[in-house]
Design a protein around this ligand. Structure first.
Ligand code: GLU
Length: 296
């Protein structure tokens, strides 16, 4: 079984993304797992970004098993998963606009962030009239849970909303939550290490995994990297990518050592290769607070 890193090729990885990748790699290798990469390119693609991301990951020492999987090559698998759910009566068309959802979701008893179910029980005639108005449908999951609890190695038990989540967007693109679950199953991923800004989607994904017969992975949501102002790390924070740091005169080893030190590696060992670190780093060394990064 495998750990993984699944970047969206929307730009260069910053040092916080690289740190998450290093953590995912160390945890996978330290537990005898393989490590796979997946390019989440259904959305937000910047030309050239994928190759730069792969090069940067390799430069810091991340080794990968098997071919890199690209979501854009896997449309048929997402369609097949939706067809499986549809055969169980678990898929319906939703014609709501974002605005309609926001207005309906602000009703007092709707759980925060949950789809209020407006299109769940439309009749065929109502659907036909919405189509006739030229409205395009998203596909939603007919969920029978309102919440789901996952166990995270750092966060502990976490219960979050499960609603009639989107499986396919109105533009026909498979939804992130569906693609992640289908692909983690396809890539034999049983350990998901990622930044904790994704924790809120995790109960939805775990619930969906159960419906699709995919094993629910072990989750490790690691603290996010923040810039000097306390907001999530971004380009505006200065030299935050590997290339920026190299251009500013640092070496790859300096950047790796900065990451190693940020995850609790003792100072005398921060210059070791990732494979040497794997044998004497463990999750209990990781600081639980967000990592504040100073742009150089
Ligand atoms: N592609 C997502 C991102 O770059 C990560 C998805 C995941 O790790 O599940 O934010």
């Amino acid at each position: 079984m495998n750990g993984r890193f699944a970047p969206s090729p929307s730009g260069d990885l910053h040092i916080g993304n690289l740190r998450t990748a290093v953590l995912a790699w160390l945890l996978a290798r330290g537990t005898g797992r393989g490590f796979v990469l997946r390019v989440e390119d259904l959305d937000r693609v910047r030309p050239g970004a994928e190759q730069r991301q792969l090069d940067d990951l390799a430069a810091v020492g991340i080794t990968v098993d098997g071919p890199v999987v690209r979501q854009s090559d896997r449309r048929e698998s997402y369609a097949a998963a939706i067809a499986t759910l549809a055969a169980d009566g678990r898929v319906y068309e939703c014609f709501c606009t974002r605005r309609e959802i926001q207005q309906a979701a602000s009703a007092p008893h709707a759980p925060e962030g949950a789809y209020p179910g407006t299109c769940r029980n439309l009749t065929e005639a109502q659907r036909a009239s919405r189509r006739a108005e030229g409205r395009r449908a998203a596909l939603r999951l007919r969920s029978d849970a309102r919440s789901f609890t996952v166990t995270d190695a750092l966060v502990g038990e976490f219960t979050g909303v499960v609603d009639d989540l989107v499986l396919q967007r109105t533009d026909g693109v498979p939804a992130y939550n569906l693609a992640v679950v289908v692909d983690d199953g396809f890539q034999s991923v049983d350990q998901v290490v990622r930044a904790d800004d994704l924790l809120a989607s995790t109960p939805r994904q775990a619930y969906l995994a159960g419906l699709l017969g995919v094993e629910i992975p072990e989750y490790v949501h690691v603290p996010l990297a923040l810039g000097p102002t306390g907001k999530r790390l971004a380009k505006r924070d200065g030299a935050v990518t590997l290339r920026d740091r190299l251009a500013a005169g640092q070496t790859v080893s300096d950047v790796r050592a900065e990451i190693a030190s940020s995850i609790g590696v003792p100072s005398e060992r921060t210059r070791e290769s990732l494979s040497d670190l794997a044998s004497h780093w463990s999750l209990d060394l990781l600081p639980r607070e967000p990592w504040f990064v100073l742009g150089h």
